[in-house]
Write a protein that binds this ligand. Structure first.
Ligand code: ADP
Ligand code: MG
Length: 337
């Protein structure tokens, strides 16, 4: 289901070098966003079959983790369970929840998989875009219904909440996982050169007719790009931005990335782009680093091998981790030229 029309194209491909075999490009609606599959270097029927199978795998990931719609899943069962009631989660959910808790620790609580109640109340993922912020009291009520400390794995795959109303939300990590699973499927089918781009969250494979893939990164406030990267390896690039789902109220921007410490939209960043080996890692870290901001986030990025990040902070200043500075082609604001 496409919940919003704004902010779909976060990253896009710049016109690139001369091509031999035509790229095969297909779009599908999965995970509430437009997913673009680009496959290079194989005949059309091979590419189309791989795209169809990868899309089916990604739809399966959405069905397993979504908290929206009518399809039953164990995340929804857990969310509706009472305090003290043990819930048997699907293996994949059990697994992602454990990994999420480890990311919660790594990001000093910035990424929090138990914010489901608060996220629902803010309403950014609902069918109707919100127009008015929550009150402080509403936020406090919802924050009281969150917290990794209030959920427990009592045996393999079995979890229990010890506070009423705790809800899981994998919105900041499941899209990345879905992209990884889609790419895995394409690789099994022999695809070596491809991009899966889910609303700006990408995993990139191989190269583009022996040339690097040129990936542009959207500027959070401009029509043109912030800059670009030339990529010719298996890697992921994911952006979290305050322009994707937001509303303006009394001159202030309210968006969908919530700081668990305050319960209100995070204020340190306008966008954060993360490059990491997997889309899941890049997805969860882009959200976490957005909330942490450059100063708190940089030491975390520098401590992680193969992870790089680019922040546009709340003053529109660009900051980069050490490994990406020489690779990122920053475009100047036309007004500054
Ligand atoms: P997008 O979905 O636009 O790619 P993100 O990956 O940054 O953006 O994920 C944002 C989504 O994650 C929100 O819509 C919400 O469901 C959830 N979310 C918001 N704040 C947090 C947070 N602090 N920790 C974990 N999940 C969050
Ligand atoms: Mg994310």
């Amino acid at each position: 289901m496409l919940r919003y029309t704004w902010g779909l194209v976060v990253l896009f491909l710049l016109p690139s070098c001369q091509q031999s075999l035509e790229d095969i490009k297909e779009t599908r609606l999965i995970l509430g966003t437009v997913v673009t599959f680009t496959v290079a270097g194989v005949p059309e029927e091979v590419a189309l079959d791989a795209i169809t199978q990868a899309a089916a795998v990604m739809q399966g990931v959405e069905n397993t983790f979504t908290t929206h719609g009518d399809i039953p899943n164990t995340v929804k069962i857990f969310n509706q369970a009472k305090a003290g009631e043990p819930v048997h989660l699907l293996g994949a959910v059990d697994n992602l929840l454990q990994q999420s808790i480890s990311y919660w620790k790594q990001t000093q609580g910035a990424f929090d998989p138990t914010l489901g109640d608060l996220n629902k109340r803010w309403g950014f993922s609902g069918d109707k875009a919100p127009a008015v912020p929550l009150t402080k009291i509403e936020v406090q009520q919802s924050l009281a219904r969150s917290g990794v400390a209030a959920i427990h794995r009592i045996s393999p795959q079995t979890w229990v909440k010890d506070k009423v109303g705790i809800k899981l939300d994998f919105g900041a990590i499941a899209k990345g996982l879905a992209i990884d699973k889609g790419v895995e499927k394409m690789q099994q089918l022999g695809i070596q050169h491809a991009i899966i781009n889910a609303g700006g969250d990408m995993r990139i494979l191989g190269n583009h007719n022996s040339q690097p893939w040129r990936i542009a990164i959207r500027h959070p406030r401009r029509e043109d790009a912030l800059g670009w990267l030339d990529i010719s390896a298996d890697t992921s690039i994911v952006t979290s931005g305050d322009y994707e789902r937001f509303f303006m109220y009394q001159g202030k921007r309210y968006h969908h990335i919530i700081n668990p410490k305050t319960g209100f939209p995070a204020e340190q960043s306008m966008s954060v782009t993360v490059q990491a080996p997997t889309a899941m890692q890049a997805d969860v870290l882009s959200t976490g680093l957005f909330i942490l901001g450059f100063e708190k986030g940089l030491p975390l990025v520098e401590s992680m091998p193969d992870v790089e990040a680019i922040w546009v902070d709340s003053h529109k200043l660009v900051h980069m981790s050490s490994g990406i500075k020489s690779k990122f082609h920053l475009l100047k604001d036309k007004k500054d030229e």
